[in-house]
Design a protein around this ligand. Structure first.
Ligand code: 7TS
Length: 403
C-alpha cells in the first residue's frame, strides 16, 4: 500500500476494526460510503458549539448555524457548477429529491397523453415516484430498454422520444451494474423534443465530474451519504426558471413569504422547497465531505477506483462458475456477479464471516434483475480508501467458495 493510500485510510476511523475476528473490508460503498474524520468532527463540533435553528433567530448561535448551513449550499453550487446557489435545494436524499420533482413539477406539467421516460436500470426511487404521478395525472410511463451488458439501447431511446415525452428521468450511473449512461446525448435528444431531463446522480457524483451547466440537465439529484457525507441529506438541483414555476412540495414554516388564514404566499427558491427545520447539523458536516472530495480530486479518485475495478474483474473472471453482471464499456467501480453453485444471499453471509462487507439481493432494481433473468446478485463497490490487497482477500474467499 502506498503511503498516500495509507494516509487516506487513516482519515476513516471506521476502517480500523475487526469484524467477525477479521480486519473489516468494506466493499458496500454504493450503498453508502464511510465518513472521514473531518465529517464526524464537524458533526460533533456543531452540536457542541453551534447548535441553533437557522434563518430566524436574532442570536449569535443562530447566525453562525445559518452561515455554516448556507456555506454548504455554496460548496454544492461550486461542486456541480450551478449558476446560483439558490438552484440547490436541500432534501433528505435522492429519494426525496425525485419525489419532490414528481409531485410538484409532475402535478403541474403532466396530463393524459403525456409520457415520462425512464430506463430499465433505474433504482426504485426513480420508478415509483413516476408511477405514482402518472397514475394521478393520466400520463404514461415508458421504459428505455438495455442490452445484456447493461447498456442503454440508444436507438430504442430515440424511437421512444416524441412530442408527448414531457420528462426523461434517467440514472446517470447504475447502482447495480456500474454503467455510466451517455447523459449528455440523452439530454440533447430529450430537449430536441421539448422534454425536461432529471438525472439521478446518486452514484455518479462521487465518481464523475459534474457540471450541470455544461450538461444542461434540468434537474440533478445528489445524496450526501454516497459522497462521504452524513445520511439524511440530499440535494435537488434545478434550473431557476423551472423551480420558480413549480408549486411548493410541503407546506409549513420557512417556505412562506406571508401567511393569513385566507391565503399564503410563498418564499423564494430555494426556501420555497425547504419547509420546516432542515437537517442542519448533517448539512453543515456535508460541507466537510465536499472539501474532502475536492482535496482528493475526482480524477485521482477515479483513477484509483478504476485500478481496483480492473484488478477485481481480472481476478473474478478467472474463478470457475462466476458470472459477471454488468459489463458495460463505460462503468464505475461497481461490480455485480453471481456464483453458479451458491445463492447470492449465502455468498454475502459467508463473506461477512470473513469481515468482508458486500451487498446482495436486488439492489432496489427489481425490474432490472427481472430483465437480466436474475433474482439478485452479489455486488462489490469500491471507494477511494479501498486497496488491491483487500480485493485479493475477497478474490481468495470467492475462490474457496467456488470450489
Ligand atoms: N438512486 C440510485 C442510483 C441509488 O443508488 C440510490 C441508493 C438511490 C437512488 C436512493 O438514494 P437515497 O439518497 O434516497 O438513499 N442506492 C443504494 C444501493 O445501491 N444500496 O443501498 C442504497
Amino acid at each position: 500500500m502506498t503511503s498516500a493510500l495509507q494516509s487516506i485510510r487513516q482519515q476513516f476511523p471506521i476502517l480500523h476494526q475487526e469484524v467477525n475476528g477479521k480486519p473489516l473490508i468494506y466493499f458496500d460503498n454504493a450503498a453508502t460510503t464511510q465518513k472521514p474524520k473531518q465529517v464526524i468532527d464537524a458533526l460533533q463540533h456543531y452540536y457542541s458549539l453551534d447548535n441553533a435553528n437557522i434563518h430566524r433567530a436574532a442570536h449569535t448561535l443562530a447566525a453562525r448555524s445559518t452561515q455554516y448551513f448556507e456555506e454548504t449550499r455554496k460548496s454544492i453550487q461550486q461542486f456541480i457548477h450551478a449558476k446560483e446557489d439558490a438552484e440547490c435545494i436541500f432534501t433528505k436524499g435522492v429519494t426525496e429529491s425525485i419525489n419532490l420533482v414528481a409531485q410538484t413539477w409532475g402535478r403541474n406539467n403532466l396530463k393524459p397523453g403525456d409520457e415520462v421516460l425512464i430506463s430499465a436500470m433505474e433504482h426504485h426511487s426513480n420508478i415509483v415516484p413516476w408511477q405514482m404521478i402518472c397514475a394521478a395525472t393520466g400520463a404514461a410511463l415508458k421504459v428505455i430498454p438495455i442490452n445484456d451488458a447493461g447498456e442503454l439501447l440508444m436507438d430504442e431511446f430515440e424511437k421512444l422520444l416524441n412530442h408527448n415525452t414531457k420528462m426523461v428521468a434517467c440514472v446517470w450511473v447504475s447502482n447495480a451494474l456500474g454503467t455510466i449512461n451517455p447523459v449528455k446525448e440523452i439530454i440533447q435528444k430529450a430537449h430536441a423534443v421539448g422534454a425536461k431531463v432529471l438525472l439521478d446522480g446518486a452514484q455518479a457524483c462521487s465518481h464523475l465530474e459534474v457540471d450541470v451547466q455544461d450538461l444542461d440537465c434540468d434537474f440533478l439529484t445528489i445524496s450526501s451519504h454516497k459522497l462521504y457525507g452524513p445520511t439524511g441529506v440530499g440535494v435537488l438541483y434545478g434550473k431557476r426558471e423551472i423551480l420558480e414555476a413549480m408549486p411548493p412540495y410541503q407546506g409549513g414554516g420557512e417556505m412562506i413569504e406571508e401567511v393569513t388564514f385566507e391565503k399564503t404566499t410563498y418564499n423564494q427558491i430555494p426556501f420555497k422547497f425547504e419547509a420546516g427545520t432542515p437537517n442542519i447539523g448533517d448539512v453543515i458536516a456535508f460541507n466537510e465531505a465536499i472539501k474532502f472530495v475536492n482535496v482528493m480530486g475526482k480524477a485521482n479518485m477515479a483513477a484509483h477506483e478504476e485500478q481496483l475495478l480492473k484488478h477485481f474483474i481480472s481476478g473474478l473472471t478467472a474463478i470457475d462458475g462466476v458470472k459477471l453482471v454488468g459489463t458495460a464499456q463505460h462503468k464505475i467501480s461497481v461490480q455485480s456477479f453471481v456464483l453458479q453453485q451458491i445463492h447470492h444471499f449465502d455468498v454475502g453471509m459467508l463473506l461477512d464471516a470473513n469481515g468482508i462487507a458486500v451487498r446482495t439481493g436486488h439492489h432496489c432494481t427489481q425490474p432490472l434483475m427481472k430483465r437480466l433473468g436474475l433474482d439478485g446478485t452479489v455486488r462489490a463497490s469500491f471507494a477511494v480508501y479501498n486497496t488491491i490487497d483487500e480485493i485479493d482477500v475477497l478474490l481468495e474467499a470467492l475462490q474457496k467458495l467456488s470450489r
